[in-house]
Write a protein that binds this ligand. Structure first.
Ligand code: OAD
Length: 235
């Protein structure tokens, strides 16, 4: 591998699996136990906010107990030691990248440890359970707070900055994502179309878009990501 000048890394639930956070579509994944239409859409929230709050409260409690793993640490190390442009784009709503030390990071699907008020749009850090009796600390409205996560049918965040970085990168690495959710699933095709960037998939097993990647390495993220980062930094 020749040394790149500009790297974009995309991560998904697979990078946090070995930290004890469930993925969505694997055997025993969250979407095998819950209907995503009930807990991950604005319509589901309008229908049954109690169910949606319970779902995210459980995930928030799980996250607060979890720790970053060797794959998160390797990406933070890459950001620190790489002298070119670097951007980490994550579909994950956990904060394990930040806790491992990543700073050049965009959460395109929002953040579980933040809440947003649907009455005043204020966003703030939040580590506790949320329910219909919670009052917005900014506008004092009760019952209009929601997790600051992107649901199906809503616009992902920071997409302009993400596409700017994808348009410039000469290395695109996709880690721990099944390639089933757009727009992230389309990034590899966007990058490939320009014809100049190397594309790499690191995953437990081939994703839906695996054939679009020039290089593929399969195994647990805690093994394949640190090895890949070391090789990259030596190139
Ligand atoms: P998925 O659950 O769809 O895919 C997880 C991927 O991680 C699979 O391809 C697994 O093979 C892989 N995987 C599992 N364990 C792994 C490990 N230890 N090491 C490496 N890879 C592993 O999760 P995402 O692709 O992130 O969106 O899902 C994308 C979006 O769909 C999520 O952000 C979420 C979900 O619905 C919203 O909620 C809006």
């Amino acid at each position: 591998m020749t040394r790149p000048k500009s790297i974009v890394v995309l991560t998904g639930a697979g990078i946090s699996a070995e930290s004890g956070l469930g993925t969505f579509r694997d055997k025993d994944g969250l979407w095998t136990k819950y209907d995503l239409n009930d807990v991950a859409t604005p319509e589901g929230f309008a229908r049954n906010p109690v169910l949606v709050h319970d779902f995210y409260n459980a995930r928030r409690r799980n996250l607060v107990e979890a720790m970053p793993n060797a794959a998160h640490v390797a990406l933070a190390d890459l950001e620190q030691r790489f002298d070119g442009d670097f951007l980490l784009v994550t579909q994950n709503v956990d904060d394990l990248h930040e806790r491992a030390g990543s700073r050049k990071l965009l959460h395109m699907h929002g953040e579980l440890l933040k809440i947003r008020c649907e009455a005043c749009d204020a966003v703030r850090a939040w580590r506790e359970d949320l329910d219909l009796a919670t009052t917005c600390p900014a506008c004092a409205t009760t019952g209009r707070l929601r997790p600051h996560v992107v649901w199906f049918g809503e616009m992902p965040l920071y997409m302009e900055a993400v596409y700017d970085a994808l348009a410039l990168c000469d290395l695109f690495v996709s880690i721990g994502t099944s390639g089933q959710v757009y727009p992230a699933a389309g990034f590899v095709a966007d990058v490939r179309r320009r014809g100049i960037a190397h594309t790499v998939e690191l995953n437990l097993d081939p994703s839906d878009g695996f054939s679009l990647f020039a290089e593929k390495i399969y195994g647990p993220a805690t093994e394949v990501v640190p090895t890949f980062v070391e090789r990259l930094l030596k190139s």
